[in-house]
Design a protein around this ligand. Sequence first.
Ligand code: AVI
Length: 328
Amino acid sequence: NNSYITGVNSATLSFEQQQFALDVVQGLSKKQKTLSSKYFYDGVGSKLFQKIMELPEYYLTHTETEIFTQQKEKIISGFCSDQPFNLVDLGAGDAAKTKILLRALLKRYTRFSFVPVDISSDALQELKENLTQELPQLTVVPLAGDYFEALTQLKQESGIRQVLLFLGSNIGNFTYPEIQVFLKKLRQFLQTGDQLLIGFDLKKDPRIIRQAYDDAAGVTASFNFNLLQRMNDTFAGNFNLKYFQHFAEYNPVTGEMRSYLISTRDQQITLQELDFTFSLQAWEAIHTESSYKFSKAEIQELAAEVNLETELIFTDANHYFADVLFRI
Ligand code: AVI
């Protein structure tokens, strides 16, 4: 129901923009204002996230890369069987980390196809071209769309074994109930013997976590501010980025890393295209992202709740990050 978009020619907004509009108006009309982190990833936001992954403070990417580089043989032994399989990368992006596993798998002459899934067909096209260059012997079957659309296609096509990858702590951007729903839904597309490798960011020194989301160069701040810019561009908004502050805070009890955009003054904002005006008081916060961190015990509890069998756990020397292989 988008009847709130009164006075707006919603014909000028694409389906995606209408969904964005709906979430923006709902989120900014709440007492505790929120915006969904899924809207970080427009063209500019995706580039900024690539830069975040290279930051010294953003240990998540380096650590998962280290795990793959040092333990690739054990990880791929976990996948292999005499049956051919699909290696399905949910949210593949540029597949930088997955390539480490792909190279190792190709060396073993294992029969498998690589199925990168991404919402952005541009990103997939780029990846396909890059893989054709770098790993010409690899069979690549890209699937554009959301995860479940892609899995529906896969299910219809093959009786083949599926090994799903959900890397980079993407799971941490869901709330606990959302994770449960997501994993239960994933299971419906999978069969006995299929596997799931999930990257979890582990609980650690809170200062290390907080710095990863508030880096010295301010790239994460720009990533957060870009959401305001995106609303300005999409809905003819008048957010003045100068009057906001990026703030990131970690709660060691809940494991929730929260990011906010904080209004540094009383101000009124209008999104003209949506005919929507709202006020922000000085120091009022808009919650823009949660990134959950887990203990190993919590991962085990979660697996038990959604009926997944934990097969292997791969961690780095510091125990900052874990890639966990589950079997259905
Ligand atoms: C994509 N996701 C796992 C990142 C995270 O760590 O929650 C997004 C991010 N937000 C700020 N920095 C990185």
